[in-house]
Design a protein around this ligand. Structure first.
Ligand code: AMP
Length: 218
């Protein structure tokens, strides 16, 4: 099964993506994690995108499409994937359609996580992320067992620089302008699955499962 997961920053993509991937026995591909890995490695690509990510802007579409085209051809995603954070704009969605066509693949659904702006703000400002295994926590709604430590791998949790108040507002604006048009794009193609993402993690996970139930491969 091949799925796209989208929604505003803080809507729960990083939490729900791995849960769904585990359930469907497919891989989650997060373009944000891919980019942060490149930044951490200080690769030429990482150095190029570091500043863009830091100011909450979007990495150019052609670069992202090329990265995703490479990634979806790797053997570990041959059974399917959930894309978290891509596509993030209409040009990326169009580019991705071309990528899928060239690879002889098709998309089974585009899950949109729906949530109010005030809840998003609360989530992002309280979010703590593990730079080693990419797990996400929240200081109030989903705290780690030991403060500042990842439950899964023991890594030191961080408040992502782009989750701080100064950058969050910018990311919302970018999301509203560039990414919300994807709702109509996928609706017109009969692929849109709207899910209410306001609620406890397990409740939202259940709603996602119901939304994709009946789709081939679910
Ligand atoms: P995320 O972890 O998905 O919130 O992504 C963090 C940052 O990485 C974003 O604010 C963008 O700067 C960049 N990024 C991630 N995915 C994309 C994408 N599909 N297109 C452009 N920029 C992206």
């Amino acid at each position: 099964m091949r799925l796209v997961l989208f929604g505003a920053p803080g809507s729960g993509k990083g939490t729900q993506g791995p849960l769904l991937a585990q359930r469907l026995k497919i891989k989650k591909i997060s373009t944000g994690d891919m980019l942060r890995e490149e930044v951490a490695k200080e690769s030429p690509f990482g150095l190029k995108v570091k500043e863009i990510i830091g100011r909450g802007a979007l990495v150019p579409d052609d670069l992202m499409i090329a990265e995703v085209e490479k990634r979806i051809k790797e053997p570990d995603v041959a059974n399917g994937f959930i894309l978290d954070g891509f596509p993030r704009s209409i040009p990326q969605a169009e580019g991705f359609d071309g990528v899928l066509k060239r690879a002889g693949m098709k998309l089974d659904g585009a899950i949109k996580l729906e949530i109010t702006k005030s809840t998003l703000m609360e989530r992002l400002l309280g979010r703590r992320s593990c730079p080693d295994c990419y797990s996400v926590f929240n200081v109030t709604t989903n705290p780690p067992k030991v403060e500042g430590k990842c439950d899964k791998c023991g890594g030191e949790l961080v408040h992502r620089p782009d989750d701080k108040a100064e950058t969050v507002g910018k990311r919302f604006t970018v999301y509203e302008n560039a990414t919300t048009p994807l709702v109509d794009y996928y609706k017109q193609r009969g692929l849109l699955l709207m899910v209410n993402a306001d609620g406890p993690v397990d409740v939202v996970a259940g709603r996602i499962v119901s939304a994709i139930d009946g789709r081939p491969g679910a």
